[in-house]
Design a protein around this ligand. Sequence first.
Ligand SMILES: NC(=O)c1ccc[n+]([C@@H]2O[C@H](COP(=O)([O-])OP(=O)(O)OC[C@H]3O[C@@H](n4cnc5c(N)ncnc54)[C@H](OP(=O)(O)O)[C@@H]3O)[C@@H](O)[C@H]2O)c1
Length: 426
Amino acid sequence: MTTTIEVGMLGLGTVGSGVVERLTRSATKIEQTQGIRLHLAAVVVNHLNAHRSVQLPIGTRLTDSLTNVVCDQQIQLIIEVMGTVATAKAAIVAALNQGKAVVTANKDLIATAGPELAALAKKRGCDLFYEASVAGGIPILRTLTDSYATDNVQSVSGIINGTANYILSAMTAGQSYEQALAAAQTAGYAEADPTNDVAGVDAAYKLMILSRFAFGQELTLSQIRPVGITALTAVDCQLAAENGWGVKLLAQIQQHVTGLYCRVAPVAIPTNQSLSQINGVQNAIVIQSEAIGTGLYTGPGAGSTATANSVLNDVLVAAKHLISDHQAVRNPEPAAPLTVARLDQLTQTYLGFSTVSQEELKRRANEADFSVEFVTANCYRIAALSAVQRDKLRAELPINLIPIANTTVWPQTSENTITTPVNVAI
Ligand SMILES: NC(=O)c1ccc[n+]([C@@H]2O[C@H](COP(=O)([O-])OP(=O)(O)OC[C@H]3O[C@@H](n4cnc5c(N)ncnc54)[C@H](OP(=O)(O)O)[C@@H]3O)[C@@H](O)[C@H]2O)c1
């Protein structure tokens, strides 16, 4: 027996078009294997007369009225793929208040208003899923929910912004930042305004969502204080690569007995470690946990088809729940809040790119009790550098300092021996 679920979709851009295509392609399979017919009743867009690359199924109405779709009593499930924060939030709230299930790909909204929306969904007995909001095509939230349910996650480290990774890969291959950004925009990987991607804000939003699923902890953007990739040069990236490091915009969150440590910043990762080999728009996430150990999850972080696939998988789960009148428990419950600090505040080792002489750096190292090792012309390995010393060097010398992964000196506590997560395998 086939049950029909009436679906409304907000947005018909990159992801929305992919949803229509995937839905059309897999309709028969979904019907045969799941016994569900997903009927796309209506789609909302901003510009009703704009040219569309995708053809809507016969009978799907196209409208520019959000209310018209969100308040349609026939529609049981809303897919929100239009972006924006305030408008999308208002639409999702309205949908949940009417008992509709909601699936969204909107990381900006879920990072900032996720708990509030999840609480409303719970109160209304509705599903609210957002797998596509983190790492596009990689089912990382489902994996954290299902496969780590009895495990104890110790750290999550990821390359979760495809645009920044594409630009860094291109810079390592010799392009300037401007050339790499222009190439990313031409290829459709970067938006016309790429600020959130290159400033690390997008990666920070995704880390905020991952933190909920991995640790039950709420992070704020001001706690993370993301550092982007705009201060890096192609020469920095190439020097790092020639000497055994890949520079990646890494989003990290790590539990320690003294609290939760987070960072979104460019990090130098030894080339023999898996994350260092992730290039272009690919995403990858390493989860370190008590039972599984090291798990590496990699795949397309964005793109029409992969993201749409993620959205549709959520739609199917929500559709099954609508049929069985059962709500899923995918939104994580908050844990007791931990102290949050930034990894950048801890003493660690840096790659330093500078035209300052070896003698000058050595003199400062002797004075201030850190060490400098000459790697190659204009590239130094600077060890045991505290945050204060790092900031002083940056203020006084023309030097670009990039932390080297896994070199953090953890604060000592009496319980340290049991829980210090010193070596994160990335
Ligand atoms: N692109 C990706 O690979 C990707 C991956 C993961 C998550 N996401 C997330 O998915 C969402 C959609 O991204 P996208 O790349 O598909 O965006 P997009 O290409 O810019 O498409 C946005 C769509 O929403 C419509 N829209 C925007 N504001 C609207 C409003 N106020 N009322 C009605 N319709 C409105 C637009 O209408 P018009 O077409 O008429 O302008 C357009 O069809 C975002 O939250 C994004 O962060 C995207």
